[in-house]
Design a protein around this ligand. Structure first.
Ligand code: GLY
Ligand code: MN
Ligand code: MN
Length: 465
């Protein structure tokens, strides 16, 4: 257990949340369960992000209960010498108030006994809906015990509310502590990408066989060497045509001279994710067609960066990206002008989708695809309808979120060219994505992942060294 932010930061978050619960509100927030991997072997434990946001506490088997008056109780594992010999030191309820700044703490073994009492005479119970398996039925059991006491004058909560709605909005705006951790996470990940690029060129120059796992090992080494607890998501290390598989994972395919390698990998540091993609020539030199496509993706990312600022919409970087990619696909002959028309037609008909089938951005934070509404809250309920030009499906376009300073999002355009008869052969099996992490500022955005080169010249120079 290591609360890395000052405990009053978590206390402030709890107070801000408490103030939104309404009179008589009570919030219940469990952390994640431990998960079995195989037989008696568990996955590496990862706390629940909401719970951590409010406590800084990383032990399993813990719950936070918070009232609208701002009183909070932490339920955690009790001290137990025998269990601690096997599983590690527990903070325990006696030490928790001082260590975590919570008002009170109890053994988690008393949860079922205490929760009916804590729920009695409250009006609304808040919890994260549909996240913790079994929570709803456990709550039902506690509420039924309160209801049994109604004839003795107890009041039973008559509202259940989704706590995610409040916490998602809070987590969307990162505070200075969070931004500092995220900058550091991105810096570590950038260093790992550099090492992987250099290793690829070095091994090929030495005539050594290189496989995807060699580069994956280099990433992990660099993450851990700098104190990252684990990768923020399954690293993608994709050689050649594997880069056209969007959810490919680092595997054992050989990395060949003349191919591109796509690496999408980021470390998690103290509960915060980074998310970086670079695509580079395995041997350190882009071929002509590789360079043409790479320059196009980079130009589209530059357009996305230019469109990212407070006051812009979340969809603006995507739209800027799509325009640049569509024009470039026409210019390079990947899309046929004579059949498809100009750039506006390509966008209107979604013809670019064959090569660019994902969105340009997602929120980034404690979770790699972080929480936060993509719809502008002040314009909720407003939408326009259109038919998708490809599927014919009726689409409701809701008002996209207005970007504000302190939000963090990725900018990650790509092009994925599978071999096909109607695609020039020079581009077959090239997959390129370039992904950076951006903090929205009033004037524009701060790219926190740019310690790893992104231009053709800088990548070639790095890999030549
Ligand atoms: N690495 C996951 C993503 O880029 O969304
Ligand atoms: Mn991403
Ligand atoms: Mn990524």
């Amino acid at each position: 257990m290591n609360p890395l932010a000052p405990t009053d930061l978590y206390a402030q978050r709890r107070q801000r949340l408490a103030a939104q619960l309404g009179p008589g509100g009570l919030a219940i927030i469990p952390t994640s369960p431990e998960r079995s991997r195989n037989r008696d072997n568990d996955h590496l434990y990862r706390h629940d992000s909401y719970f951590y946001y409010l406590t800084g506490f990383t032990e399993p088997n813990a719950w936070l209960v918070l009232t609208s008056e701002g009183h909070c109780t932490l339920f955690c594992n009790p001290k137990d010498l025998e269990r601690e010999i096997w599983d590690g030191i527990r903070l325990g309820p006696e030490a928790a108030p001082r260590a975590l700044g919570v008002e009170a703490a109890s053994s988690v073994q008393t949860l079922d006994e205490q929760l009916p009492r804590l729920l009695e005479n409250r009006h609304a119970v808040w919890y994260p809906f549909a996240i913790h398996a079994g929570l709803e039925s456990r709550l039902e059991g506690w509420l039924s015990q309160v209801r049994a006491r109604v004839r003795f004058g107890a009041v039973c909560p008559d509202q259940q509310r989704d706590l995610c709605a409040l916490l998602d909005e809070m987590r969307l705006f990162k505070d200075a502590h969070e931004l500092a951790v995220m900058r550091r996470a991105a810096q570590i990940s950038a260093g790992a990408h550099i090492r992987a690029m250099q290793l690829s060129a070095r091994m090929l120059r030495a005539g050594e066989p290189v496989r995807e796992y060699h580069l994956d090992a280099e990433l992990l080494h660099e993450f851990r060497r700098h104190g990252s607890q684990h990768p923020a998501y399954g690293s993608i290390v994709a050689a050649g045509a594997n880069a056209c598989v969007l959810h490919y994972r680092a595997d054992a395919a050989p990395i060949r001279d003349g191919e591109l390698v796509l690496i999408d990998a980021g470390c998690e540091l103290d509960g915060y994710a980074s998310d970086i993609t670079r695509t580079f020539p395995a041997n350190g030199r882009f071929s002509g067609p590789q360079r043409d496509l790479y320059e196009l993706v980079l130009a589209s990312q530059n357009a996305a960066v230019a469109a990212t600022r407070a006051g812009a919409r979340f969809t603006d970087p995507h739209e800027a990206t799509v325009r640049v990619l569509s024009q470039g696909l026409l210019d390079l002959g990947l899309l046929d002008k004579s059949k498809l028309g100009g750039v506006d037609d390509v966008i209107a008909q979604r013809s670019y989708f064959k090569f660019y089938m994902h969105r340009t951005s997602h929120w980034l934070g404690m979770d790699v695809h972080d929480c936060g509404s993509y719809v502008e809250p002040s314009e909720i309920g407003q939408f326009s309808e259109r038919r998708d030009p490809v599927s014919g499906e009726l689409i409701k376009d809701r008002a996209s979120r207005i970007l504000r300073a302190g939000m963090v999002l990725t900018l990650e355009p790509g092009l994925y060219v599978r071999a096909a008869d109607d695609v020039p052969g020079a581009f077959h099996n090239i997959g390129i994505r370039i992904e950076d992490d951006a903090i929205v500022t009033e004037q524009g955005c701060e790219l926190i992942s740019r310690d790893v080169p992104v231009t053709v010249a800088d990548i070639e120079a790095l890999m030549a060294g």
